[in-house]
Design a protein around this ligand. Structure first.
Ligand code: 1PR
Length: 552
């Protein structure tokens, strides 16, 4: 056997042409193995192992499979006894169905995906968590999943876990999210599937993929139904994410750099007035991956300049970064319908998002366009007409793939009656001693203010289908004076989707305050990480000492 033979395990990737399958591709290649795309029925016959990273919403996945005529060949492949590894929606569609859609699933496992209860926790669930092996006996082979590892989950639907005899036959791990316990992986005969994303779960995830590629064994002993954990035995380990954010733009020499400003001004305050250069985006992302960031975000901060999609340098940044960064990546800036002024070519919001997903992004973040959509939503009397980028992208890829980035500014008022906007009493009075403020939304990176407040925006984007809010604050950006806790509390009170605290982190205490005092689901920083002022490990150690669950 030659060297190249040993890397070719007859591994195929089932891609029905949507979303981020590049990450799986890159993860397998980083492990030193070859993986080919399934493009025809004949490939199912040639495959010795298949990885099926379902992406998008349940119905979209089932429909795409059927449009490509992949459903029957997949079922035939499964029947043949050759190994299949499903990921996320690639696991969900193995069940009978989902509350998300009327379209039935493949029905290989009993059970149906149900939506998480958003009255008790943020939904979608986005973050790192444990997958607890439920079998306590006769399972010497554990597929490489360890209770001490954390994996990356992002989903709104899950199949409830019960300690029934039926579950015992195929459930491998379960995970708790607040008051609910659900199936986080299955293993039965030749099928292994995870609700979480191994390709985005750092080294633990890569190890799991390697295990599937090299050591997978079918599970034959299904008759053993004793000693599985009851849902009450599954502990709560959902962790708070620490995110490193890179604002990216071309500097005055034309190089793409990570920059960072104070209150959105990214130019040096000295005579040079140059765009601050804090490093190269791909290198910095690789550094944050090594330093144990839970997620990275790239924001194209000059996206208001209309650049045709095919000329967008951010696509190349993602393609390169996704070769070495195996944690979730969000990209923002210019996510909207784009028209090329020269050629007249038009890319719909879904096409734009798809280009980023194909390049390696897991989530897209929408800024200015979400403000316009939210304004229209209120003007129309809260109608969902399907026109907005948020609606279109979340319909295709699921709400968990759509982040809305908000850039608000404080507006101080003396009393609540001075404005119709949502005001709060503030402990940080205005320049003239004003005791109230409201948060005004801006577009184009803070360049233009709108007669629209953060509560109007946050509630509208949630209704339109956004899955997460990246909550910046222009007053706090780059100040190192701590997050705007009052702002975070206000937004958290009005939405059930996760909220990422952003802008102003300067000390480790700021991170724990955002979580404990304001209820942030994740914490983000830029300047202090770029300038090496506080290592991510110090932030996590501090948070852990404060009783916050983090990924070590
Ligand atoms: O409007 O959809 O094209 O998106 C543009 C995106 O670019 C938005 O997400 C917007 O927030 C971002 N953006 C535009 N201009 C700037 C700027 O800084 N001049 N950056 C900008 C926003 C905020 C965060 C920053 C935190 C943490 N930057 O990215 O990382 O404030 O900073 P800190 O920890 O140093 O305080 P569209």
């Amino acid at each position: 056997m030659t060297m190249s033979d040993s890397t070719d395990q007859g591994l195929y990737l089932l891609d029905y042409g949507a979303g981020n399958v590049r990450s799986v591709f890159n993860a397998v290649e980083a492990l030193g193995y070859k993986i080919k795309m399934i493009t025809s029925e004949a490939d199912f016959d040639a495959a010795k192992k298949i990885i099926f990273p379902g992406v998008g919403a349940f119905e979209y996945a089932m429909k795409s499979m059927s449009d490509k005529n992949f459903t029957k060949p997949l079922l035939k492949y499964i029947d043949s006894g050759r190994p299949l590894m499903g990921i996320c929606v690639g696991m969900q569609i193995l069940f009978e169905g989902s509350e998300e859609s009327k379209v039935p699933g493949l029905g290989i496992f009993p059970g149906k995906c149900e939506k998480f209860n958003s009255k008790t926790k943020s939904v979608p669930k986005i973050g790192w968590d444990k997958a607890v092996v439920v079998h306590t006996k006769n399972e010497s082979e554990t597929l490489g999943i360890s209770d001490s590892n954390m994996y990356y989950f992002v989903h709104s639907y899950a199949v409830p876990y019960t300690a029934s005899t039926e579950c015992a036959k195929f459930v491998h791990t379960a995970t708790r999210y607040g008051d609910q316990v659900y199936i986080s992986s299955v293993w039965n005969k030749n099928i292994f599937a995870t609700q979480f994303h191994p390709e985005k779960s750092g080294k633990c995830g890569l190890d799991l993929l390697k295990h599937f590629i090299c050591n997978f064994k079918s599970r034959t002993d299904q008759s053993e139904t004793v000693n599985i954990l009851s849902p009450e035995d599954i502990g709560s380990y959902s962790s708070v994410r620490v995110i490193a954010c890179m604002d990216v733009r071309a500097n005055d020499q034309g190089d793409l750099v990570v920059t960072k400003g104070d209150q959105y001004d990214v130019r040096e305050s000295n005579d040079t007035n140059q765009v601050r250069n804090l490093g190269k985006p791909v290198e910095l992302a690789a550094r944050y991956y090594k330093e144990n960031a839970d997620e990275v975000a790239f924001l194209n901060i000059t996206s208001f300049r209309d650049i045709p999609l095919n000329d967008t340098p951010m696509l190349q940044v993602l393609r390169e970064a996704s070769k070495s960064v195996f944690i979730p990546m969000t990209v923002g800036g210019g996510i909207r319908g784009i028209k090329c002024e020269k050629t007249g070519q038009y890319w719909s919001p879904v096409e734009v998002a798809d280009a980023y997903f194909q390049a390696g992004a897991d989530k897209v973040s929408i800024g200015s366009d979400s403000v316009y959509s939210a304004e229209n939503y209120w003007k129309s009397g809260c109608k969902l007409n399907g026109d907005s980028s948020i609606e279109q992208i979340s319909k295709a890829y699921g709400s968990q793939a759509v982040v809305v980035s908000i850039d608000p500014k404080r507006v101080y008022v003396e009393s609540k009656t001075q404005t119709t906007h949502h005001t709060i009493p503030t402990s940080v009075p205005g320049p003239n001693g004003e005791k109230y403020c409201w948060y005004q939304c801006t577009v184009m990176g803070g360049r233009e203010t709108r007669d629209f407040d953060v509560v109007q925006l946050a509630t509208a984007v949630q209704a339109l289908g956004a899955g997460e809010i990246l909550l910046n604050c222009i007053d706090k950006d780059g100040t190192n004076s701590g997050y705007d806790l009052e702002l975070i509390k206000l937004v958290k009170k009005n939405v059930t989707i996760p909220v990422i605290a952003s802008s102003g982190a300067g000390r480790v205490e700021h991170f724990s305050e955002a979580v404990l005092e304001s209820g942030a689901d994740a914490v983000l920083a830029a300047g202090i990480f770029h300038r090496n002022e506080i290592p991510i490990s110090d932030v996590k150690t501090h948070m852990e000492n404060k009783g916050i669950i983090i990924r070590k």
